[in-house]
Design a protein around this ligand. Structure first.
Ligand code: BT5
Length: 331
């Protein structure tokens, strides 16, 4: 923990009274000048800190910032979030997490950012990542599972996001194969899981999670290839990003432990419970063209089971799924 984090912790735990600069300097074994420097830095981040002559400091209000110390404190996870890296701005939390993983970071390391300048989706697509409103987060896992099973972790994170949207925001979330979470038919969250492996062995998997929390209408670009939304747009209320993130990480830890112990089946069943395209007609866009059929469910390893119009079952490994609502969608 940095001395800024420690001062902030002291302010938070003493927010009902003043705490003197002298006491802080004594408790943290830093000079009075260093205390003052950190108070100044916190104010610049948007913390409202009252200073009263002869009494000391008191925290009046905190901005909606994701700070490592806040994320770690009260998280109560055994694996996920033992190390948290919180950045004001980065290119992509997945890229940062990958770098940390290559440098030997421990399993469960979490990287979050307030803003991404090069947030990414699948196939080199862009993920819109405006500052201070959403969740951009990557979690490093080192599962001892066969390489072919790694894609199953995408469904695990989808279930954890859907459940968190329900618990924290009281929204009815749906999942769409392979990596989307929808609310009222619009994309509220996207997942990008990346792996580093050899033929037989996974070195690490990065679970990348983007959730549109407090994003405003005007912050969405005009053209997206699927309708999009945010919690704020759906509920009219803003979400506490810290609470959302902590609930999500706890949920993820619980399902990851279950996955390692019991395998994919419970996760697959939960995912299918959140999927409202099962038994529905869809179009699957692939690089080479489109397929039409009815979604049957997930294959044991996570491929989409699609029943084509002629009755054949196709295993879909990659593509973008769209519900077919009217006859015209087929033309
Ligand atoms: C995804 O890709 O949905 C994966 C998104 C993963 C983002 C997270 S944020 C933290 C971590 N770090 C990263 O750099 N990435 C991960 P895909 O299915 O390919 O969807 C991308 C498409 O979604 C784009 O082409 C847009 O049409 C649309 N899109 C872009 N930004 C969006 C947003 N904020 N909300 C909804 N749709 C968006």
């Amino acid at each position: 923990m940095t001395s800024r984090d420690e001062i902030l912790n002291l302010f938070r735990t003493n927010s009902d009274h003043y705490i003197s600069g002298q006491k802080i300097s004594h408790l943290l074994k830093i000079s009075r000048a260093a205390v003052w420097k950190q108070v100044k830095a916190l104010r610049e981040l948007g913390f409202e800190i009252e200073a009263k002559h002869s009494l000391g400091y008191r925290l009046l209000a905190a901005p909606d910032l994701l700070l490592a110390s806040d994320i770690e404190s009260g998280l109560n996870c055994r694996l996920i979030g033992q190390t948290v890296v919180a950045l004001t701005e980065t290119d992509s939390t997945n890229a940062q997490a990958r770098q940390l993983a290559e440098d030997g970071a421990i399993e469960g390391t979490v990287v979050v950012a307030d803003r991404q300048s090069a947030g990414r989706g699948r196939l080199g697509r862009r993920w819109e990542s405006p500052s201070g409103v959403n969740l951009y987060c990557s979690i490093l896992l080192r599962p001892q599972i066969p390489v072919q099973q790694a894609p199953q972790l995408t469904f695990l994170s989808a279930v954890a996001v859907a459940e968190t949207l329900e618990k924290v925001c009281h929204l009815s979330a749906k999942v769409k194969w392979p990596n989307d979470i929808l609310v009222n038919g619009a994309k509220i969250s996207g997942l990008l899981n990346e792996m580093n492996a050899e033929t037989e062995q996974i070195h690490f998997v990065i679970l990348g999670v983007g959730v549109n929390l407090n994003m405003l209408e005007e912050q969405f670009p005009e053209s997206l290839n699927y309708p999009a939304t945010s919690v704020l747009l759906e509920t009219g209320k803003s979400v506490d990003r810290l609470m959302f993130l902590q609930t999500f990480l706890r949920c993820l830890e619980q399902y990851y432990a279950e996955f390692l112990e019991e395998g994919f089946t419970p996760i697959r069943q939960r995912w299918e419970g959140y999927c409202d395209t099962i038994n529905r007609q869809v179009r699957v866009d692939q690089g080479s063209g489109s397929l039409y059929g009815t979604v049957v469910g997930l294959e044991p390893e996570g491929a989409l089971r699609l029943q084509l119009d002629d009755g054949r079952i196709e295993r879909i490994l990659a593509g973008d799924v769209r519900p077919v609502t009217k006859k015209m969608d087929r033309e």
